[in-house]
Design a protein around this ligand. Structure first.
Ligand code: F0G
Length: 364
């Protein structure tokens, strides 16, 4: 019987820095690339959704956590630490458990989604809610990583980027070549850095010694999207009090800022801001027209694509991939708000009125 073996084993020859590390895996990666017909028709291009919510802990972080924890195990680490807006902590807690390590996580108080909080707790992490934002948490985590014998597993850890670059490989493998444009949300900017690294390494003639040539003939433009209240790269300066309902990307001073700018500039791409309203509209569009349920931050990629389309910036018939980074069940409450902001409550019916009510619903 065959099953997907996880990103380290599937792409071993392209992950030379993992050589000799034990493979700590929950069989992450291998996520579907889904053609989005309605969205394609709307923007006049061929749009695919890379559904990263289908990773073992429900977000793309697992791709980088299998590598980060495997390298930590090779280093002999007994404990790991991270700062997080929620998904990194959920992933770190799960992979640390798999490796038999302890895990400490620092999260901004009151600003992480319930699903993510419960994951970290379920996997036995030491969870501290810090009276500050993500940027404060990361600063503290970095210092603790230096002062104590623990490995920092945020995306400033190069092993994280190595694992996350495999998403680009999968996209090229599925499409037969790189897309023309790749859209994704930007928070701490590790993922845009990783995708760009992956695309560069997966073209013919990349010239990296010991790593085989890739099948792609081109590299995409990288289009990154930040939430308007947390858009330091767009503004050109750090944001002291980042705000957005997309708590996963509520970040004011991204660690991989320069790498994100490099990806944007060398790919001929763009990094723009989208409002919370645009994010929620894209969130609803994905669930109600494409059958894909994501957490709000993930919808920033699609919100951004729609924004560029509205400005006339989407080339006709381009092949476009939008990464949606986390599952809708991470933060399900948003689906229960209607278009007008009213709360959606399922209709109550007496037992003998059910069939009439169902018939009415099926007609509507
Ligand atoms: N989407 C989701 C669902 C995320 O959780 C994150 C980051 C991003 C997008 C942005 O990715 O930081 O690589 O630019 N979440 C981190 C965390 C910060 O702690 O879980 P990025």
């Amino acid at each position: 019987a065959h099953q997907w073996r996880g990103v380290i084993r599937e792409y071993a020859e392209r992950l030379p820095t993992l050589a000799g590390a034990p493979v700590i895996t929950l069989h992450e990666g291998g996520t579907p690339l889904i053609e989005a017909e309605k969205l394609s028709a709307r923007v006049g291009a061929r749009v695919f959704i890379k559904y990263e919510g289908l990773n073992p802990t429900g977000s793309f972080k697992d791709r980088g956590m299998t590598t980060a924890i495997s390298v930590a195990a090779r280093n002999g680490a007994k404990a790991v630490i991270c700062a997080s807006t929620g998904n990194t902590s959920a992933s770190a807690a799960a992979y640390a458990t798999k490796a038999g390590m302890t895990c400490a996580v620092l999260v901004p108080e009151g600003k992480i989604a319930m699903g993510k909080l419960s994951q970290a707790i379920a996997h036995g992490a030491t969870l501290l809610q810090v009276e500050g934002n993500f940027d404060d948490c990361l600063e503290i985590a970095r210092k603790l990583g230096e002062a104590y014998p623990v490995d920092l597993v945020n995306s400033v850890n190069p092993a994280r980027i190595e694992g996350q670059k495999t998403a680009s490989f999968e996209i090229v493998d599925a499409l037969g070549d790189a897309p023309d444009i790749h859209c994704l949300p930007v928070g701490n900017a590790g993922n845009i850095t990783a995708y760009w690294k992956g695309y560069r390494e997966y073209v013919a003639g990349h010239g990296i010694s010991g790593v085989p040539d890739g099948p792609a003939t081109k590299r995409p433009q990288m289009w990154g999207f930040q939430a308007a209240g947390s858009a330091p790269i767009v503004l050109g300066h750090p944001v002291d009090q980042p705000e957005t309902i997309a708590t996963a990307i509520r970040i004011g001073n991204p660690a991989s800022w320069t790498q994100a700018e490099e990806a944007r500039d060398t790919s001929g791409g763009r990094i723009e801001a989208v409002t919370d309203e645009q994010i929620l509209a894209a969130h609803r569009l994905l669930s109600s027209t494409e059958g894909i349920f994501v957490e709000p931050a993930s919808a920033a990629s699609v919100a951004g694509l729609l924004q560029v389309h509205a400005a006339g910036g989407v080339p006709a018939d381009a092949t476009i991939v939008c990464t949606v980074t986390g599952h809708g069940l991470k933060d399900p409450d948003w689906a229960l708000n209607g278009v007008d902001g009213e709360r959606i409550v399922p209709t109550r019916v007496p037992v003998d009125a059910v069939s009439a009510a169902v018939a009415l619903g099926l007609e509507g």
